[in-house]
Design a protein around this ligand. Structure first.
Ligand code: GKR
Ligand code: MG
Length: 416
């Protein structure tokens, strides 16, 4: 079997619109690291992950110890990651995510790259290595954001401004028109909850057949969350992270009928037991980027199934290698029955060759080529790496960027 010969890590920056959230506003560029794992017989496996500087340093430390590893030895990979990351310490990887243990988040892109290599060597798509196709097409949701028309001092983007219910409905119409999504998620936590609930009602009126969700990223108190949950009962399919912490979510869950979803209070295996005991969440939003890759995300799926919790999928700003990995995972996971989140429509640049990942009626057909089924565009990778070098951003910081416009801004956690 092939062995790893070398690893290439390329941080890239790609243009990102001014999307608003509870901690501020997206900067003009989002960062990712593109992982290439080369074998001694010339195959290359791809992975994609965050690019915050401390994460990049951990990825580099692990890259140094991977040569010689068999591409099928995922347990050996985990062992090497563990051994290298003995220094401990948390990992601030993606804006609002603070992981206490960096092992799973560092493991993830390497595990995906090994699966890509295994598939390429065997001539099989990754979905087949994960147990086979349970759905050929993976549905994604229209992920709406309040947003400015342009970055400060910049040109207006194609999406325009969305700062009120009309703007949000316009944005939904454009996104659904272009991609065909049948579920809608509104990123909240930006305006007072009554205003955001009004936007949800406007969406329900404009798109009566669509499933709806709102995610204020813990901007609300328990009482406010209960009130909004009652007002939007029958309108939302789930309410995502209304309030911080497992205890807070359990407090809301006890007083509302809408299922609560999270990608904030259950983001690691250690959080599952307390969340289950408190009956704090009814839907876990998986994300292979920090749950340790595709196989460990399937382990999470099994745990959710065992304890009667639903399973959906979280997203951060990402490129095509991630979308391919998300699609293979969702295509092989029986109980991943909600439309997955994706930021993909917000990006205008990519590192993969176009054509494989297309949205039709809101879904992406799982690629059938070997491995992930996507091919790196080496020129695009080089250009986005140059952009990374030039842009000066080394970790996502929506709050500091927002303060360049509104110096008194503070993140809105549990503020309302
Ligand atoms: O991109 O602003 C954003 C999102 O708010 C992202 O950072 C969140 O992690 O999409 C995510 C979520 O569902 O909480
Ligand atoms: Mg969320």
């Amino acid at each position: 079997m092939s062995k790893i010969a070398r690893v290439e890590l390329t941080p890239v920056a790609f243009a990102d619109p001014p999307l608003l959230n509870v901690v501020g506003v997206h900067e003009p560029f989002a960062l990712r690291t593109i992982v290439q794992v080369w074998t001694d017989d010339g195959l290359v496996g791809l992975g994609e992950t965050y690019a915050a500087d401390d994460h990049l340093a951990r990825l580099r430390a692990v890259a140094d110890v991977l040569p010689g590893l068999d591409i099928f030895d995922v347990n050996g990979l985990r062992q090497r990651v563990n051994d290298v990351l003995t220094s401990g310490g948390g990992a601030q990887v993606g804006g609002m995510l603070n992981l206490q243990d960096p092992v799973d988040v560092v493991l993830s892109p390497y595990e995906v790259a090994l699966l890509d290599l295994q598939g390429k060597q065997l001539g099989l798509p990754v979905v087949d290595l994960l147990g086979g196709v349970v759905r050929d097409e993976v549905p994604f949701s229209a992920y709406l954001f309040y947003k400015w028309a342009a970055h400060p001092g910049g040109e207006a983007d194609a999406w325009g401004e969305a700062l009120d219910p009309d703007g949000i409905v316009r944005q939904a119409a454009k996104m659904i028109g272009e991609y065909g999504f049948t579920a809608i998620k509104l990123k909240g936590g930006v305006f007072p909850p009554a205003q955001e609930a009004e936007a949800v009602r406007a969406l329900a009126e404009a798109f009566p057949e669509h499933k709806l969700r709102i995610d204020p990223n813990c901007a609300w108190t328990v009482d406010t969350s209960v009130q909004v949950a009652r007002e939007l009962s029958g309108v939302l399919e789930y309410l995502e992270d209304p309030t911080p912490g497992i205890d807070g979510m359990a407090g809301v869950a006890r007083q509302s009928e809408i299922p609560l979803a999270t990608n904030m209070c259950v983001i690691a295996f250690a959080h599952l037991r307390p969340a289950v005991l408190a009956d704090a969440v009814q839907v876990v939003l998986s994300d292979h980027h920090y749950w340790g890759g595709l196989r460990r995300s399937q382990l999470l799926a099994g745990i959710c199934d065992t304890f009667g919790m639903g399973l959906s999928m979280h997203s951060n700003s990402h490129l095509g290698i991630s979308l391919a990995a998300m699609t293979h995972l969702a295509a092989a996971t029986p109980n991943l029955t909600y439309a997955c989140d994706t930021h993909y429509p917000w990006k205008t640049e990519d590192v993969i060759k176009p054509g494989v990942l297309a949205f039709e009626s809101g879904s992406v057909r799982v690629p059938r080529g070997p491995g992930l089924g996507v091919e790196l565009d080496v020129e695009a990778l080089g250009a986005l790496h140059e952009q990374y070098l030039a842009c000066g951003i080394r970790r996502r910081d929506d709050t500091t960027y927002m303060r360049t416009v509104d110096p008194g801004f503070s993140p809105n956690t549990a503020r309302w």
